[in-house]
Design a binder for this molecule. Structure first.
Ligand SMILES: Nc1nc2c(ncn2[C@@H]2O[C@H](COP(=O)(O)OP(=O)(O)OP(=O)(O)O)[C@@H](O)[C@H]2O)c(=O)[nH]1
Ligand SMILES: [Mg+2]
Length: 284
């Protein structure tokens, strides 16, 4: 059930104490893929907003929840605009565990940037997975964007380096580097990622997370944060997250800006992160 529907069901039983309402909200949050720490934070804030009060009106409960949850998302609104950069070329490194939508997001971002009149080159630095180079090449052909690649198994850092050299030589505005989907606990892959980072000196490292993986995503991203580091997040597969709680965990746990939301498999399915849109979907 969606957060919106579950929240609506809470007060069907009639008048409730603040503590009862807090507990009900808490269980709904957990059931809707909000992770434990974030749900606890919300409950604490809720209790605080009614300190010294035993009973309140349902409307007051709703409006307190709305304010707390909206505050969580507001903190993740980016202050930067990737179209307004002074770096030239601006080097963007895409990282994330396998299947979270890195390659698709590289293509979506390239489309977004080039549709605003900037030039882009893509580095096919996933030389690890069979088919990865062809996948990004097809996107490049569709978009009319140059892909720099070598054969499978070659050094991903060398591919990134080539793409950056290409951009510098031809005055290309952006370099976007796709990388292999790696397990966060795979040490060799993690070392390789650090090497790509060292060699490419990115201006922006973007982590992709999968809204469906919800609590896993938080844990995975946490491991990434420690080992590689990232500057911003793109949350993918928002279109498939029926419950809608994951975004709150992601926003609350990382204190990193959420640049965009992936809302489908198409290359145009990249939406700016807009807390108000999400909040009004939950509290109509
Ligand atoms: N519904 C939906 N599907 C998505 C979204 N983003 C990516 N996908 C799909 O998720 C699958 C994996 O996407 P990829 O871009 O290949 O993910 P990846 O992180 O590059 O995967 P690896 O390279 O294997 O690590 C593909 O089938 C994509 O079409 C999204 O926002 N919504
Ligand atoms: Mg990929």
């Amino acid at each position: 059930m969606s957060l919106k529907d579950s929240f609506r069901n809470i007060f069907k039983g009639g008048k409730e104490t603040v503590a009862m309402a807090a507990d009900e909200y808490f269980s709904v949050l957990l059931e809707s893929d909000v992770n434990y720490e974030t749900a606890e934070y919300i409950r604490d804030q809720f209790m605080k907003s009614f300190s010294g009060v035993k009973f309140a009106e349902t409307d007051q409960y709703i409006s307190s929840m709305k304010k707390i949850m909206s505050g969580i998302l507001e903190k993740a609104v980016p202050s930067m605009d990737i179209l307004k950069t002074t770096d030239h070329p601006c080097i963007i490194l895409m990282v994330g565990i396998n299947g979270t939508g890195k390659t698709t997001t590289v293509a979506k971002l390239a489309r977004y940037i080039s549709s605003h009149g900037k030039t882009v080159v893509i580095a096919a630095s996933d030389t690890f997975r069979a088919g990865a180079i062809d996948q990004i090449r097809v996107h490049g052909e569709n978009l009319g964007i140059r892909i720099i690649s070598q054969q499978m198994g070659s050094d991903p850092s060398a591919v990134a380096f080539d793409a950056i050299e290409h951009a510098k030589a031809r005055n290309v505005d952006y370099v976007i580097i796709d990388t292999a989907g790696r397990m966060h606990n795979n040490k060799n892959l993690s070392e390789e990622m650090k090497k790509i980072r060292r060699v490419s000196k990115p201006n922006l490292v973007i982590l992709t997370v999968d809204a469906l993986a919800a609590n896993d995503a938080v844990e995975q991203a946490g491991t990434f944060l420690k080992s590689i580091g990232f500057d911003a997040i793109i949350v993918n597969k928002m279109d498939t997250d029926a419950r809608g709680g994951a975004i709150f965990s992601i926003a609350h746990q990382f204190s990193k800006p959420i640049l965009f939301l992936g809302t489908g498999q198409g290359l145009e399915d990249l939406h700016p992160f807009d807390p108000e849109e999400i909040i009004s979907g939950i509290f109509p």
